[in-house]
Design a protein around this ligand. Structure first.
Ligand code: GLU
Length: 305
């Protein structure tokens, strides 16, 4: 079966080095297998994701030499499609309106998981039709999906075996916000499945989303893709990079470095090469292997300090 990889950035800012590393590894893995590499813009939250940032991501990927295949879908234009999948869940009786405010969610004595998520305590799970009608008068609800008491496990391409009990460790989760915007979890599953993605490469911060997504894939009748989570990039104080570190976004990096310097340094940080010598992305395809990527956090290459 042909490998179909993808990079699915949320354009809420310019790409930082962590995003570049993810785009690079996903591209190398797909290309090393002679496969396709898709790009999708995850701009579900249009207020936070202006088109100008998406345009910059496309431009930055071209600059980096990471080419993609086919059209670029924008999630903000696919609401009707997500509604079809919402409909499938609704017909299975798995959806319910949730009126909880953020404050109420935190006040409820739900367990906090190690990654800071809160397991939903089920406050709105069994509201009567009358209660729902009453609450609708003052508040637009979000939509939650009821998860079963089921263990979902998978073998991650870098981190190995990973399992989660959906009811105990995840809880019913939101698939559509109260303002009508679809949640990432539903959109990502529909898009990956319908575009034929066979390999999802993304940051380790998303590993805990994967059991939910695998469960949704199966519920919709899809074969889940292979998942490979990559260790996060840290600065020398051990702090993980984020979009807030705007000193390291590509706008500034492009003024100081060549694409080959950025790619070469990241490849070395990820264990793919011995030295951070400048390299074009395509020169790294032949030597690419997931076996070289460590499980531990990666350190920001010295040239960016
Ligand atoms: N859009 C997400 C992000 O930029 C990535 C989603 C994914 O790769 O599944 O963090």
């Amino acid at each position: 079966m042909e490998t179909v990889g993808r990079f699915a950035p949320s354009p809420s800012g310019r790409m930082h080095l962590g995003n570049v590393l993810c785009a690079l590894l996903a591209w190398l893995s797909a290309r090393a297998q002679g496969g396709r590499y898709l790009l999708r813009i995850e701009d579900l939250d249009e207020m936070r994701c202006p088109r100008a940032f998406a345009d910059l991501i496309l431009d930055d990927l071209r600059w980096l030499g990471l080419d993609w295949d086919g059209e670029v879908p924008y999630q903000s234009e696919r609401t009707a499609l997500y509604e079809e999948y919402e409909g499938i869940l609704r017909r299975k009786g798995l959806l319910y309106p949730c009126f909880c405010s953020r404050a109420a969610l935190h006040a409820a004595s739900a367990p906090h998981l190690s990654d800071g998520r809160v397991v939903y305590a089920g406050i709105c799970r069994d509201l009567s039709a009358a209660e729902i009608a009453e609450k609708r008068k003052t508040r637009a609800p979000a939509t939650r999906v009821r998860v079963p008491d089921e263990d979902v496990s998978f073998v991650d391409g870098v981190f190995g075996a990973y399992a989660e009990n959906l009811a105990r460790e995840c809880g019913d989760f939101i698939i559509r916000r109260s303002d009508g915007v679809f949640a990432y979890q539903l959109a990502v599953v529909a898009d990956d499945a319908l575009s034929g993605v066979t390999e999802v490469v993304r940051g380790a911060d998303l590993i805990s989303s994967t059991p939910r997504q695998i469960w949704l894939h199966r519920l919709f009748g899809f074969e889940p893709p292979r998942f490979i989570h990559i260790p996060l990039l840290c600065d020398h104080d051990g702090r993980r990079l984020s979009k807030r570190d705007d000193d390291l976004d590509l706008g500034l990096l492009r003024e100081k470095f060549t694409a080959e310097q950025v790619i070469g340094a990241l490849a070395c940080a990820a264990g793919l090469t011995e030295t951070p010598a400048p390299a074009a992305a395509k020169e790294l395809i032949a030597g690419f292997s997931w076996d070289k990527i460590p499980k531990t956090d990666l350190f920001l290459p010295d040239i960016f300090r």
